[in-house]
Design a protein around this ligand. Structure first.
Ligand SMILES: *[C@@H]1O[C@H](CO)[C@@H](O)[C@H](O)[C@H]1NC(C)=O
Ligand SMILES: *[C@@H]1O[C@H](CO)[C@@H](O)[C@H](O)[C@H]1NC(C)=O
Ligand SMILES: *[C@@H]1O[C@H](CO)[C@@H](O)[C@H](O)[C@H]1NC(C)=O
Ligand SMILES: *[C@@H]1O[C@H](CO)[C@@H](O)[C@H](O)[C@H]1NC(C)=O
Ligand SMILES: *[C@@H]1O[C@H](CO)[C@@H](O)[C@H](O)[C@H]1NC(C)=O
Ligand SMILES: *[C@@H]1O[C@H](CO)[C@@H](O)[C@H](O)[C@H]1NC(C)=O
Length: 560
């Protein structure tokens, strides 16, 4: 009894702390990426346009290929062939074969590419029993809650939000319960929060069917930060072979010129100047303002412990696909993101204020960062990831609006980048404080990556940013075994004048140029100190060996 109440007290304290800390830290960061900027042009960011000019007339819109080129291993065979369903326009490699005519109004444009074989078996051993296809006839086992038993139609047209809420309310009451979203059905679900402060622990959300988002503006009010949210839970697992489809194209086309731009675009100069990277067509006024300007993240976990996401696919998100805020103990594996390379601001996985995160064995194709690691993250391990199209794996942007950012102990290992804009990148805004310490990028295969290795301490996603002396301090940044091909610049290390990067090490770097449609450049470094442990290809002679002579000593409040 005493132990139990101590436990509950501890839990309540932790939840209270998470809520408090999110209020303190999260507001600015939340806005960061989604904050609207009006225009873009060339920047004041530090880079030199030296380098070779090679002629070519081909237009290449960066990162616009909808699918990774590399072939995936064969798709898994579905164990449970559906009897119902919708007809995808393209044959999905993942494997449902609908036999019945579709429920009208849902046409997936981008079937998920599934299918590498992770080496490790799932650590949590839930074996999905065949979910009842006609839920009403079944007496559910005591702790299994099928949304169909709560009135969900799953016809892709009826709004099933209330049924999902009811099923969750039931599952919430029992420890280690399972909420089932059965295969063969397409559930139209509006914005929903699976909220947990009063829920029992270790709930499983078994997703084998498809969940689609509403595409009418009125479902979204004046704009929401997320579509499907899980908050304040202890032990939550989202698993299964199902699909979450944000049907984001209505959002992407809606306000394309309002979205912040990836600063590194400024480094990518097409050879044929008559070809603009983005056509400057004005907004179609009949479209603009239709959807709210705040775009939701498809699936967001907030303030939770021991969160697992596995098996599922998230595709065509309105904005970010999968986000963890203020979570401790995150495991993502055998997970797929599938969105076009030109879908704006569609990050794959976004981590913020989260600790002890493992992201592995996943395929991520999207229009922005495949994995984005933001402030407050520590002990993050990312490995065995296929990334592309996309903007690579990034830490930051940190320190926006003169904020303090703290990131430490980040490992990114065994990654294949295919046709991405960046490879591995750290980006910070001028004027920030705090630090990034202990980053290991190792065994990264770069295939036709525009900018494989990037540190940008002058990040700015609008036209101009004021020059400031303060900066997020970078130290202990290690690159090892970065190999493959690049199409613009192999290495771009632009560090702050007042806060040079320290202990940057490069080991076994082999990057070969491929002329595509851009100006090509030599390696570039600015205020970057560290060591080359092996000869590199190409030679990187701009790195300054040793320590900076006059490194500004960080003020106490800058320490993390
Ligand atoms: C640039 O591309 C345009 C459109 O394809 C073409 O008409 C023009 O000749 C090209 N210019 C050069 C200098 O190659
Ligand atoms: C603008 O969008 C409307 C509705 O989708 C369409 O009918 C119209 O042709 C578009 N106009 C232009 C100039 O693209
Ligand atoms: C999270 O999982 C770990 C390992 O299973 C366990 O030791 C820990 O107590 C869990 N955390 C919470 C808050 O339940
Ligand atoms: C990966 O997920 C798929 C469902 O999307 C499943 O069929 C497969 O068994 C999973 N593989 C492992 C090793 O967990
Ligand atoms: C760094 O993170 C890894 C997980 O990625 C963890 O195993 C290790 O203990 C951490 N190191 C420190 C010093 O906290
Ligand atoms: C910032 O500094 C850079 C490099 O010294 C300079 O080129 C640029 O014009 C400055 N920008 C502003 C807004 O002052």
């Amino acid at each position: 009894m005493g132990r139990l109440s101590f436990r509950s007290f501890t839990f309540m304290f932790i939840v209270a702390f998470l809520v408090w800390s999110s209020n303190v830290e999260i507001c600015n960061a939340r806005r960061g990426k989604h904050w609207k900027q009006q225009t873009r042009t060339s920047s004041a960011s530090l880079y030199k346009k030296k380098g070779k000019y090679h002629g070519s007339n081909h237009h290449h819109k960066s990162g616009s290929k909808p699918k990774p080129k590399y072939s995936s291993p064969p798709a898994s065979t579905p164990t449970n062939p559906p009897s119902k369903g919708y007809t995808p326009t393209n044959p999905p490699s993942k494997g449902y074969t609908p036999t019945n005519p579709p429920s009208k109004g849902y046409t997936p444009t981008n079937p998920p590419s599934k299918g590498y074989t992770p080496t490790n078996p799932p650590s949590k051993g839930y074996t999905p029993t065949n979910p009842p296809s006609k839920g009403y006839d079944n007496v559910p086992s005591t702790n299994i809650f099928n949304v169909r038993n709560f009135g969900a139609k799953g016809d892709g047209k009826t709004d099933d939000t209330k049924a999902f809420q009811a099923a969750w309310a039931a599952a919430c009451k029992l420890e280690a319960s399972t909420m089932i979203v059965p295969s063969q059905y397409v559930f139209l679900v509006g914005p929903i929060s699976f909220s947990g402060p009063y829920c029992q622990h270790n709930i499983v959300f078994q997703l084998d069917g498809t969940i689609i988002a509403p595409v009418d503006a009125k479902s979204w009010g004046s704009g929401l930060m997320q579509w499907l949210e899980f908050t304040k839970l202890v032990g939550i697992t989202v698993q299964g072979s199902g699909v979450i489809d944000g049907r984001g194209s209505v959002w992407w086309q809606d306000t394309p010129y309002d979205d912040p731009l990836d600063d590194e675009l400024k480094l990518i100069i097409p050879l044929n100047k008559t070809l603009l990277r983005h056509p400057s067509t004005p907004l179609n006024s009949s479209l603009s303002g239709k959807m709210p300007s705040i775009k939701p993240t498809a699936l967001r976990f907030y303030g939770s412990f021991n969160v697992t996401v596995t098996g599922i696919t998230i595709q065509n998100s309105q904005q970010c696909h999968l986000k963890f805020d203020n979570c401790i103990g995150v495991v993502v594996y055998n997970f797929t993101v599938s969105s076009p390379g030109d879908s704006p601001n569609t990050d794959g996985i976004h981590l913020q204020n989260s600790k002890d995160a493992l992201i592995r064995s996943s395929n991520i194709a999207c229009g922005d960062d495949c994995v984005s690691i933001q402030t407050g993250c520590t002990n993050v391990y990312v490995h065995n990831i296929n990334c592309g199209p996309g903007h690579g794996i990034s830490i930051g942007g940190l320190g926006k609006g003169n904020t303090k950012a703290c990131v430490s102990n980040i490992t990114v290992k065994d990654v294949i980048m295919q046709n991405t804009m960046n490879g591995v990148r750290i980006k910070t805004w001028q004027g920030g404080s705090g630090s990034v310490q202990g980053v290991f990028f190792s065994n990264i295969q770069m295939n036709e990556v525009q900018l494989p290795i990037v540190i940008d301490q002058f990040y700015c996603d609008k036209r101009n940013c004021e020059n400031q002396t303060a900066a997020v301090a970078l130290s202990g940044i290690n690159y090892e075994g970065i190999k493959g091909t690049y199409t613009v610049k192999p290495v771009h290390l632009a560090c702050s004048d007042s806060m040079p990067c320290q202990d940057v090490t490069l080991t076994n770097i082999q990057l070969k140029p491929i002329q595509e449609h851009y100006h090509m450049y030599d390696p570039y470094c600015w205020q970057t100190f560290g060591e080359l442990y092996t000869p590199t290809q190409p030679p990187i002679d701009c790195l300054q060996v040793g320590k900076p002579v006059s490194n500004k000593i960080q003020a106490d409040h800058d320490q993390c």
